[in-house]
Design a protein. Sequence first.
Length: 403
Amino acid sequence: MITSLYLVSNALYVYAVHIFINSIFGRCVFDKRIEFLTYVIFYSLNSCIYIFFDNMALNLIFNILPIFLISLQYKKSILNCIFLTVIFIAVGMFLDWMCSCFDPSAVLVRSNTIQSITLAIVAFIVRVTFKRDEKMLINSFYIFVLITNSIGTIIIGVLVKPSFDIKGFVIAFILILINLLNFYLYDKYIENMRIRLMYNSIDSANKAYKNQLEIIYESDKRIRLLKHDLKNHILNVKNNIQQGNDQEAVKYIDEMSESMNLQNEYIHTGNSDIDCLVNYKLAVAENMNVEYTIKVKLPEELNVKTFDLTVILGNLIDNALNALENADKKILKLFINYAKGMIVIQIENTFGEQKLDFKDSEHGLGLISVRTSLEKYHGTLENNVSDGIYTAKAILYNIKVHK
């Protein structure tokens, strides 16, 4: 029974290794199938050493070597891989020692069940600490419940003290299964939240592009109409000039110029992505009777990815528009400037009587998306309220990223 329990608990141990390495080094550079295969090989080797040799020295070697080789998949320096391997093995040995001091003859200790659960908890804490974007995606209370749940399974195992029989095996198996499901469901939740963020951003971008296409269509329509009537327009202007009606000629030219102005084009910087998004958002603001001021200074080409720029700018403007809905005096100011390799986006807006809170958990998915995208470009986001004006200021570097 000990061997059977070890095989089950070893799966949790290998999963803890996966969580730990991914938390420190990020995503593996290889395909997920290759990554999964390496962990399967690690599990198989580890299990075979325990079953056929049961030697502490061999077990240590076949833990250190595979973990080091797995860490090399993340294309970090060899020194970093060695350091990570040593830290993980040291933590594992410390936990082994603690459990052995408690009751070395216990079923859950001899089968490595308690050690694997404890190591999984430690790996999860490391993950929550290092992965800032995940902390913004999930409520802190959920993290607390998840850790408490895992600690609870250890306490249950200690109190119940499963014996060397079928009943003991079932109890230990259920405790391990609870922990595996705990961390697996957490992974799935985070993955679903990331997909939801991506879809929200794509939806916002699609609406902006649709609006820009309508602007382009309207512009093309007016140009074709003007071209069609150009001969008549020229004759009218020529007639006024010949008759000495210079003012009438100027007035007529002004009317022609006015007919070419596009009602839904508020800015034209030459940067199509910025123009597209801002024109769409300001059309919404105008429908809300918002007084707006715009100052945009950007080059036509940027290293910042279109998707990330849409996420940052789009969500900040959306937050401002949401706050303006309940404001008595609706004022919006948008400043975008580029200087010395940095993009500065500053949005100022009035707001209603609702309470403003800068905590991530209460700012919704929009602010989470903004911070996540800013981190790619070593950016920051500042929030401030002064004299009834809410200010959001995002600063990011115009650099290329490969994420």
